[in-house]
Design a protein around this ligand. Structure first.
Ligand code: F6P
Length: 494
């Protein structure tokens, strides 16, 4: 009998838009979670029957959600995966996703609050929290329905990220006493906050989130530091009994309400053959040609991000300004390509941050541009082929997040690089644990240190740059998505 795997995540592997003629067009969803899960599932699809439950995010998605055949038949490229979109009431979705998940939980785990002003947990937040509970319940109900609908046998449920922290507990409660042979894993693609910062959350909320996740059998993170912070919170906030493991994938175990949960580290790297094949496609090659002509032989410092506060784009631009101000030898010799694709524009903080990026970019251009040198190209646009092309041409890749669960760009850049690229990497990215030896590590808050790393990276001898880049690519290849997913599935059976 084929194994059954149920995946639950807010964003799904496909999103739909409604054409002028009323037809739905599907396209692959974006982000690291989708890339890792889609590629990982492709490796297990032959032996498993997979259903992926996600929220309808766009108007097109909501239409597709009401006609499930559309969701799986025209779903871009979900392979063997059956996609089920949940048409959650818009107000519930808005409060759960924009207010609780992205404005509170994301900010908590990435340490983003301007604490003299935020967060403020008043009556409005209590309504948001009710919606978060209802949204999690919709996922738990859908998972329980799927579990009951199929043939008997072992079912493995993979719950993704901070949006769905309550799902493991709600699913267990729903199936209490029945529901067959169910193994539940929860994976966080984000960092986890230190216990003292996590305490900003209202006590019952902080406890409910941990209690929700701990109903899973297996809990995963991209890096040991996030797993350790989670264990700290289990002890400090819940008073749960925690035992810690030494080095290796296992981080520890938590006993809570009579249930033992394993906590482990599963770094997510890159499907190197698939990524390199994609980079050979005509659309990417056309961008490589165009960017190469535009660069005119100058060195390229490249960054690729979402317009995301935690990605620290404004400090990255400030560091580039400091480089040009303090190291005039690079004038006319370097161009910074800062490509960002729009994200979470429903939130005012994100719109303001995008404006800040544009402002500092304009200042840099006005300060340093000459008739034959444009030092900076900042573009806010979703252009995946162009991003791959920029990675292929980068001499220096800048990845300087305030905090990041893993960061795939830091790994994809060296894999795609044609001449070898020097990686400037924040010590606060999960990827620093695997890539740290071959990157130039920086403190993301230290603009001067980042500027100095830019200088070092630009001046790095060719042979050293190529050697480091090859080592970075080899590390990224050592953690393919198939391994990331396979290890989690194996942990549920172990
Ligand atoms: O880090 C968590 C994550 O789900 C990533 O996989 C992804 O890049 C990002 O958040 C996407 O956020 P959203 O779905 O809100 O655009």
């Amino acid at each position: 009998m084929r194994q059954r795997v149920l995946v639950a995540s807010n964003r799904g592997p496909v999103s739909f838009s409604l054409g002028a003629d009323g037809t739905l067009a599907g396209r692959r969803g974006g982000g690291g979670l989708i890339a890792g899960m889609t590629s990982g599932l492709a490796a297990v699809a032959a032996q498993a029957e997979v259903t992926w439950i996600c929220a309808a995010l766009s108007d097109g998605d909501r239409i597709a959600a009401r006609s499930p055949r559309a969701a799986s038949a025209d779903g871009g490229d979900p392979g063997e995966v059956r996609v089920r979109m949940l048409d959650i009431p818009p107000e519930t979705f808005d409060r759960a996703y924009n207010q609780v998940a992205n404005s509170i939980l994301w900010f908590t785990h990435h340490l983003l609050f301007d604490t003299p002003n935020q967060p403020r947990f008043g009556r409005e937040f209590r309504l948001d929290w009710e919606a978060y509970l209802a949204y999690n319940q919709e996922f738990a109900d859908a998972l329980a329905h799927e579990a009951a609908a199929g043939p008997p046998g072992r079912i493995r449920v993979l719950v993704q990220d901070y949006h769905l922290s309550l799902v493991p507990r709600l699913l267990r409660e729903k199936l209490d006493g029945g529901g067959g042979d169910l193994g539940i894993a929860h994976f966080s693609h984000t960092p986890w906050a230190p216990a003292d910062y996590y305490r900003l959350l209202p006590r019952q909320v902080g406890q409910a989130l941990l209690d929700g996740i701990l109903a899973a059998d297996h809990v995963g993170f991209h890096a040991r530091c996030w797993a350790d912070a989670f264990l700290d919170c289990c002890e400090a906030i819940l008073g749960a009994q925690v035992s810690r493991a030494g080095n290796g994938d296992a981080a520890g175990r938590v006993s809570h309400r009579g249930h033992v949960t394993g906590v482990a580290v599963h770094p997510l790297g890159v499907d190197v053959p698939a990524l390199r094949a994609r980079a050979q496609a005509d659309d990417v090659r056309a961008h490589v040609g165009a960017l190469r002509r535009a660069a005119g032989g100058k060195k390229l410092i490249v960054r690729i991000d979402r317009t995301e506060l935690s990605k620290n784009i404004v400090r990255g631009l400030a560091a580039y300004r400091e480089l040009l101000a303090t190291r005039p030898q690079w004038h006319g010799q370097v161009v910074h390509l800062a490509f960002a694709y729009p994200s979470r524009s429903a939130l005012p903080q994100y719109r303001a941050y995008t404006d800040q990026m544009a402002l500092i970019a304009q200042q840099i251009t006005e300060e340093f541009r000459t008739p034959d040198w444009n030092p900076l190209v900042l573009e806010v646009k979703d252009d995946y082929p162009r991003s791959l092309a920029a990675c292929a041409l980068a001499d220096v890749l800048l990845v300087n997040p305030i905090r990041d669960g893993m960061n795939l760009v830091a790994q994809e850049g060296p894999v795609l690089s044609e001449r070898g690229c020097a990686l400037i990497l924040s010590r606060e990215a999960g990827a620093a644990a695997t890539l740290g030896d071959d990157a130039l590590l920086i403190n993301p808050y230290d603009v001067s240190e980042t500027a100095e790393a830019m200088h070092q990276a630009l001046a790095m001898p060719d042979a050293e740059r190529r050697r480091r880049s090859a080592a970075l690519a080899a590390t990224a290849a050592a953690w393919p998505p198939a391994r990331w997913l396979g290890d989690q599935l194996a942990s549920l059976d172990g």
